[in-house]
Design a protein around this ligand. Structure first.
Ligand code: RNT
Ligand code: ZN
Length: 422
């Protein structure tokens, strides 16, 4: 257990180190505190949801591996887990729900039948927690998605079914935003694609466009709802073509001013999501980030503090776009303590943003503008060994949140008392 006093003392030293570079650490902490990260509910239960008691993820080109004990099996367990996660994080986060996580009370409610009432208890809970909600249609784990196509299906019955589903998610999300006083981001991701080389990509893309046009016929106030759409390069079983490619959604979002969702597990391995931010924000008002970690075939390992997340945070801060970039997590790993997966991932992203906020960007920019590339490189390297962790620890300590290793003990305790008993 680290005591408050010694944390504050080491912070004073760190503060001086950054002050030498013209950086005010107190201000950086203040800015960090305003950043909300949307916690994806689906890490608690391996993307199962609550449509049936033992629902499991199927299809969609996504997969969870591992069966570490303790996954959430009921809404109550999920809520308790998220409350635990929130208690281990400084700042205010949000919760990101998928449509399959409704409070269906044992009733069979198909996706084209979901209503606000199935999410009212979530809204009430969020209000109590003082947090915002975000939302997602679930266009997988369903018989009508089994052939690999949903909103772009050539089967009109299926396509209409999914259009109705997504329309309803927008209505529900808008109500969440209205009741909670903070707009809900509703993110459309469909798995549609083909394992082997298709000859008719065009019709599927026309159908996806038509479906989106139908979905967006109803308008909702911006203060209640933000519509986002997420592309993907490929999924498991859709290796040859995904209908909703980056070009597709970029075109659609730019021409309709929708949010583009960038999932950093959804691009070529050397392509950087951080690099896309300053370009896309010239053409759309806002972005949504799905922060993840791609590892070989998988796009959904737990996010960590690595080059990718650092660049994403740096480019957001350098572009002065913190109010235009909605930050969400998206990964699912069943091989480790799931509460731990959230806290590791969220703290990593907070660290990445704190690191960006502590960068003497204006000073380095001067060197860059003068063609002094050695100085730019040297400063960027030097920043890597500045006492970032000390500033973060102080931020946790000030918020009475477990500092450093102490959060590990807390999670181990919760495992003994709660998740381990499930
Ligand atoms: C899948 C997308 C999508 C999902 C969630 C569960 O590749 O990243 O965002 O992970 O909808
Ligand atoms: Zn995603």
């Amino acid at each position: 257990m680290q005591d408050k006093q010694s944390i504050a003392k080491t912070y004073e030293y760190a503060k001086q180190q950054y002050a030498l570079l013209g950086i005010n650490t107190d201000e950086a902490i203040e800015k960090l505190d305003k950043i909300s990260i949307s916690l994806h509910c689906w890490q608690t239960d391996d993307v199962g949801g609550f449509e049936t008691p033992d629902a499991e993820l199927s299809g969609g080109g996504i997969q969870v591996t591992g069966n570490y004990p303790g996954k959430a099996r009921t809404i109550e367990q999920l809520k308790a887990d998220i409350e635990k996660v929130i208690s281990l994080l400084p700042g205010k986060q949000r919760l990101n729900l998928h449509a399959i996580y409704g409070d269906f009370k044992g009733e069979k409610v198909d996706r084209d039948q979901i209503e606000v009432k199935h999410f009212q208890s979530w809204i009430d809970w969020a209000k109590k927690q003082g947090i915002g909600l975000d939302f997602n249609p679930t266009c997988f784990s369903h018989p009508y998605a089994e052939d690999g196509f949903t909103l772009s299906s050539k089967n009109e019955k299926y396509r209409k079914f999914w259009v109705e589903h997504v329309k309803r998610t927008r209505k529900i999300a808008a109500e969440m935003g209205k009741q909670l006083g903070t707009p809900a981001v509703n993110n459309i991701w469909v798995p549609d694609g083909s394992k082997d080389v298709p000859v008719d990509r065009k019709t599927h893309r026309e159908l996806l466009k038509q479906s989106l046009d139908e979905i967006f016929e109803t308008e909702y106030p911006k203060e209640h709802l933000k519509d986002a759409m997420e592309s993907k390069l490929f999924g498991i079983g859709s290796e040859a073509m995904t209908v909703g490619s980056h070009e597709f959604y970029m075109g659609y979002a730019v021409s309709h001013n929708k949010l583009i969702c960038l999932d950093n597990g959804h691009f070529h391995p050397t392509e950087q999501v951080g690099d896309k931010i300053s370009s896309l924000l010239l053409f759309v008002d806002e972005l949504l980030l799905h922060i993840s970690r791609g590892v070989r075939w998988d796009s959904d390992h737990v996010a960590i503090y690595n080059d990718e997340t650092q660049l994403i945070a740096q480019e957001t801060v350098r572009a002065k776009a913190l109010d235009k970039v909605n930050i969400a997590l998206d990964y699912f790993d069943g091989s480790l303590n799931r509460i731990g997966a959230y806290v590791v991932g969220t703290r990593a992203i907070q660290l990445a943003f704190l690191n960006a906020l502590l960068e003497p960007t204006e000073m380095i920019k001067k060197y860059e503008n003068a063609g002094k590339n050695f100085e730019r490189l040297a400063y960027l390297e030097l920043m890597k060994t500045k006492p970032l962790g000390t500033v973060y620890n102080y931020y946790c300590s000030q918020n009475n949140i477990p500092v450093g290793e102490d959060y590990i003990t807390e999670i181990q305790k919760y495992e003994v008392d709660v998740t381990g008993k499930r």
